[in-house]
Design a protein around this ligand. Structure first.
Ligand code: ADP
Ligand code: MG
Length: 494
């Protein structure tokens, strides 16, 4: 712990408390939980462990703010708060990046690179705050009626986020809430609660009134479940696994709260023989190895045209071997650890399953235990060849740096096989043929299709799922709609 105080100013050895109604509080139960650095296993901080009672307090604070002072705040003032928050995130980006790296392991180069995205999202929502509007609609009733719509904030939002991008996920929930005039109870993932708590401090500094943003760390089955089922929460915005997404939908039934879900994936990444393979090799590699594969839209089912299959898959495996694996704090690190012992168990379990199913590892395939890596949860970039569509490693989300490489021969076949999954989040196509590119863009049943690139994201472009990858969109104008109700007003004028 002492060592950590020198590493990061936020880690001062004190228990990290929860933000409720503008105050930093212990859990009602007095309980705390530990959060650790996945690269070393070291304790980073003890964190107040929120439970149903804390969620109740936070929802009450959010409701009070929503009904009271926050409802009087004009769009331009909300915009100014978002602009200030964007400035504060920019000024503190080194510290926020380091906190993400310590808490969930991603390379510091990656968490630093999130700057443009984090700041850009806040600026986008700031811009949207004064651009929201209803419509005047001509009606055909006999007599004289004026009809128009109002856009109103949906109310108290429960935001439940995963650990794979704590800063970005927090902003993706807080930004639209602040822009539309909602209030929020943010429940960070138990694996990585630190950055969301620090962001809570920055919200207060930016002038977010008490109760508008509340941050309650705790476990999914307790704090998360209490938030999802809470009768006074109007909407849940959830990002996480599809199994938890299903539990959230069930929990939402009590008061039929609005739900938006950004869930998992098993995204097809399709490489045609006519592609620029020099570009496609690192492209397809990083579509899975980035963030150690802990990205919901990772292109984990790599379909490669038979003619170039052996060559291409071999080159991706070689590319994976060149990536530097290590502690995320090292600026040379390109692949950090998995987030937790549980994720390590899950991913190495799938490595065993893959071998048992008859897939052939061309690279990686085993946990790393050399020297200092032994203390962390490191799995190297892994490419499995000889994968068949029906194997579990071709159907189930692994959430690790593991590519399942599958050959195909023609375009109709790969469309059908690419879509043969319960998920529909991301997808990739690598080709020089513009006709093929357009055909695939329409034929793939997924929320994003990346052509000759992978994982491109922009605050103005919507992102979200088809099928079991969830519903609702984050990013873009559509994102704001998820936080708004439409009210129709009729006035008889004759
Ligand atoms: P992962 O298994 O990858 O961590 P989860 O879906 O379990 O993904 O976790 C994402 C978020 O959902 C975390 O904040 C977690 O605490 C929360 N969560 C887990 N289970 C539940 C639940 N039953 N109800 C509400 N939230 C939950
Ligand atoms: Mg979990």
């Amino acid at each position: 712990m002492n060592d950590m105080t020198r590493i990061h100013p936020f880690l001062d050895g004190k228990t990290k408390r929860m933000l409720i109604g503008g105050k930093w509080l212990e859990a009602a139960s007095g309980k705390t939980f530990e959060t650790r650095n996945p690269a070393t296993g070291e304790l980073l901080a003890n964190v107040a462990e929120g439970d149903a009672e804390d969620i109740d307090r936070a929802v009450a604070a959010a409701r009070e703010a929503f009904n009271g002072p926050w409802s009087k705040v004009k769009p331009a003032q909300r915009q100014l708060i978002l602009i200030r928050l964007a400035e504060l995130v920019e000024q503190n980006i080194e510290e926020l990046a380091a906190l993400d790296t310590l808490d969930m392991g991603a390379p510091i180069t990656r968490t630093r690179n999130n700057r443009n995205r984090a700041v850009g999202m806040l600026r986008f929502y700031a811009g949207m705050a004064t651009a929201l509007h209803g419509e005047t609609i001509d009606n055909s009733l006999p007599g004289e009626f004026v009809s128009f719509t109002l856009k109103e904030p949906v109310g108290v939002v429960g935001a439940i986020i995963p650990w794979n991008a704590p800063l970005g996920s927090s902003i993706w929930k807080l930004g639209p809430a602040l822009a539309t005039g909602c209030t929020v109870v943010l429940k960070p993932a138990e694996e990585a609660p630190l950055t969301p708590l620090r962001l809570g401090e920055l919200c207060l500094e930016a002038g977010v009134p008490p109760g508008v943003v509340n941050v309650v760390p705790g476990f999914g089955e307790t704090a998360g479940a209490a938030l999802a089922s809470h009768p006074d929460v109007d909407k849940v915005a959830f990002t996480g696994s599809h199994v938890t997404g299903q539990a959230i939908v069930r929990a939402s039934a009590g008061n039929l709260k609005r739900v938006s879900l950004e869930l998992g994936g098993k995204s097809p990444d399709i490489v045609f023989a006519d592609a620029d393979l020099t570009q496609a090799v690192p492209g397809a590699g990083m579509a899975v190895f980035a963030n150690s594969g802990q990205i919901c839209s990772a292109g984990t089912r790599l379909f490669v045209e038979q003619k170039v299959y052996d060559e291409f898959v071999g080159r991706v495996a070689e590319f994976g071997k060149t990536l530097r694996i290590g502690d995320g704090r090292d600026p040379d690190t390109q692949v950090g650890p998995l987030v937790s012992p549980e994720q390590l168990k899950r991913v190495t379990g799938y490595l065993d399953i893959g071998r048992q199913e008859g897939a052939r590892p061309l690279s990686g395939g085993e946990r790393l235990t050399d020297g200092p890596l032994a203390k962390g949860y490191f799995v190297p970039p892994t490419v499995f060849a000889d994968v068949r569509d029906d194997m579990r490693i071709a159907q189930e989300e692994i959430f690790g740096p593991v590519i399942s490489a599958i050959p195909f021969t023609d375009i109709e076949e790969v469309i059908a096989r690419g879509n043969k999954t319960q998920f529909g989040l991301g997808s990739g196509v690598w080709t020089r043929d513009v006709g093929k590119a357009h055909r695939l863009a329409r034929a793939i049943r997924a929320g994003s299709v990346w052509i000759n690139c992978y994982q491109a994201m922009d605050p103005a472009v919507p992102f979200g799922g088809y099928k079991m990858s969830g519903y609702g969109r984050e990013g873009g104008v559509q994102h704001l709609e998820e936080y708004l109700n439409t009210k129709s007003v009729w006035i008889k004028t004759d």
